[in-house]
Write a protein that binds this ligand. Structure first.
Ligand SMILES: [Zn+2]
Length: 314
């Protein structure tokens, strides 16, 4: 079957056959898990992106996981950054924040890591940006709201001028890339050949990227199963895994053996293993930048919504 999207293989640098990276959201991730997972990935030659919460906890949280208020966590992140991993943004904290707090968190981020984050992925806070039902438009928003029961945590205001959590202008000034749609296919670029792309309907994000499903260990391993890895390589594609390494990758203080085997197999291939921002920067150079139109937006949203409804993707 031919694919309806204008996908074409990219000539990757250094004669690499495909590109692979990960954006890891910090939900539920202890320092111990961060150390186990990232020491392993670093030894295999992967250089990926970790979303962090720069701000310490100030009120009731909506998620577990370390924040940068823990100096030991921060030191480990700085070591990873020196090795070539990308430290990225997962909103200010694991709880709703005001505009002032988001700005404070970005200043903290800069003081810890030397520059503002280049990439982000939304956490389900009120300060998330174009999140929840704002990810889709028209009939798709109505279907999304029905399917999710209009849950309160799906409401977000980071892009809503005048709201106490509005910080869209700051996002646009300081952050380059933001994740939106996640698809089941391992080849993220095949699902979203336009990435990174801007969306005239969502001007407070400079450029969007997509991800491949891997919210927790089982989904991650399903997406990265052997035949999928081989197809990613054969297609010369690019995979940006969406995951939470805090969700099921470590059991009894040990990495899950299947996770080890999966990543070792992938590392043995001639892949280009760079962080999310480096990969997206390269894509802009290789194929130019796209501002999506109504037709492309409809394709991206419809596919995402159908997969979410019928395959349970994120
Ligand atoms: Zn999150």
């Amino acid at each position: 079957m031919t694919h309806p999207l204008p996908y074409r293989a990219i000539p990757w640098p250094e004669d690499r056959r495909f590109a692979f990276t990960i954006f890891d959201d910090p939900d539920g991730q202890s320092l111990e898990v961060t150390q186990l997972v990232y020491s392993f990935l670093a030894d295999l030659g992967f250089r990926t992106s970790l979303g962090v919460w720069p701000l310490g906890i100030r009120r009731e949280t909506n998620s577990g996981g370390e924040t940068c208020a823990n100096p030991d966590y921060r030191i480990f992140l700085q070591q990873l950054q020196r090795k070539g991993f990308e430290i990225a943004f997962h909103n200010a904290a694991p709880h709703p924040c005001t505009r002032e707090e988001v700005i404070e968190s970005l200043e903290l981020f800069r003081s810890y890591f030397g520059n503002p984050p280049r990439a982000m992925a939304n956490h389900y806070n009120t300060d998330a940006i174009y999140w929840g039902s704002a990810r889709v438009e028209g009939w798709r928003r109505a279907v999304y709201n029905l399917a999710t029961g209009g849950r309160k945590h799906k409401l977000c205001f980071g892009h809503v001028e005048g709201h106490p959590s509005f910080w869209g202008d700051v996002c646009r000034d300081r952050i380059r890339y933001c994740r939106n749609f996640v698809y089941a296919d391992i080849n993220t670029l095949r699902m979203c050949p336009w990435m990174p792309y801007s969306d005239p309907h969502r001007p407070y994000v400079r450029d969007w990227y997509s991800g491949s499903e891997g919210a927790q260990a089982d989904a991650f391993l399903r997406t990265l199963q052997q035949q999928h890895q081989d197809r990613l390589e054969a297609e010369g594609g690019a995979c940006i895994m969406y995951t939470h390494f805090g969700h099921g990758f470590v059991e009894n203080g040990q990495l899950k053996p299947e996770f080890r085997r999966t990543m070792e197999r992938l590392a043995a291939k001639r892949g280009w293993f760079v962080p999310v921002s480096a990969l997206l920067d390269f894509l802009v150079k290789a194929k130019g930048h796209t501002a999506i139109d109504d037709d492309i937006r409809r394709q991206l949203e419809t596919r995402w919504l159908l997969e979410k409804l019928f395959r349970g993707t994120s």
